[in-house]
Design a protein around this ligand. Structure first.
Ligand code: SF4
Length: 238
């Protein structure tokens, strides 16, 4: 998905001509096919699906792209942002390493649009809205841009752009006080994580027993580490 949107944005930098939708969708299908090559999916590892095929992903990818193309945000990109497209930063290289209150943090943005005296950041999302988790991302993006470009956080406009099931945006205005509170929260969470390390220097965790399981099947069902708590029974061992 991100690769396809990246190509779309790069195209906007060179032309304002209408998009050939069938050709664009064909390109998206080819990108899905490439993205599946050599990839292992959680759903397959945990036996929830036999395989992930192109036609499993196509409907959602097509819907996301159609939603984006029909959105006010896309019109904004064409009409307002594109004239300054020479300034756009799409998928910046590296891992977004930065320092916050002496802590090393990684904040990777998808795309950044300097416009006038503001910096707009867009983060494409295909999953469900999660206000708690995503507010942290918005603050993180504002922090990163504010530090890297040396501007007031009030001039950074971070936006989470949900592409599915309908196009929807979550934005937040942030102040220096928000960023300071974020740094304090990050420090407290980091210290909490350190308590679960046996060796901080080597990043070695405590034994498994020090990590009690939570008692909520719904959360476990979504957890990327569920194989550790609930080892997968391979057919050969049944
Ligand atoms: S499966 Fe994940 S969420 Fe559930 S107890 Fe294990 S680590 Fe925690």
């Amino acid at each position: 998905m991100h690769e396809v949107i990246e190509v779309l944005l790069n195209r906007l930098r060179t032309t304002a001509e209408a998009i050939d939708r069938p050709r664009f969708i064909t390109f998206a299908d080819q990108a899905i096919e490439r993205s599946l090559q050599g990839k292992t999916f959680e759903e397959v590892v945990y036996g929830e699906m036999d395989a992930v095929a192109v036609d499993h992903l196509q409907p959602k990818v097509h819907a996301c792209l159609e939603n984006l193309l029909a959105s006010d945000r896309f019109r904004w990109l064409v009409d307002e942002a594109a004239p300054a497209s020479g300034e756009w930063i799409i998928d910046p290289p590296g891992y977004g390493e930065t320092r916050l209150d002496g802590l090393k943090v990684y904040i990777k943005v998808d795309v950044l649009f300097p416009l006038g005296d503001e910096i707009h950041i867009l983060d494409w999302k295909t999953g469900k809205t999660d206000p708690g988790k995503h507010r942290k991302q918005l603050v993180g993006y504002a922090t990163w841009a504010s530090i890297h470009f040396g501007i007031d956080p009030e001039r950074v406009r971070p936006t989470l752009a949900y592409l599915y099931p309908a196009y929807e945006e979550v934005q937040q205005s942030l102040t220096s006080a928000d960023l300071q509170a974020f740094a304090v929260q990050l420090r407290a969470e980091t210290n909490e994580m350190y308590e679960y390390c046996r060796d901080l220097e080597q990043n070695i965790p405590l034994d498994k027993d020090a990590f009690p399981r939570i008692d909520d099947e719904r959360i476990c069902a979504q957890c990327a580490f569920r194989g550790i708590c609930f080892p997968i029974k391979h057919p050969a061992n049944l």
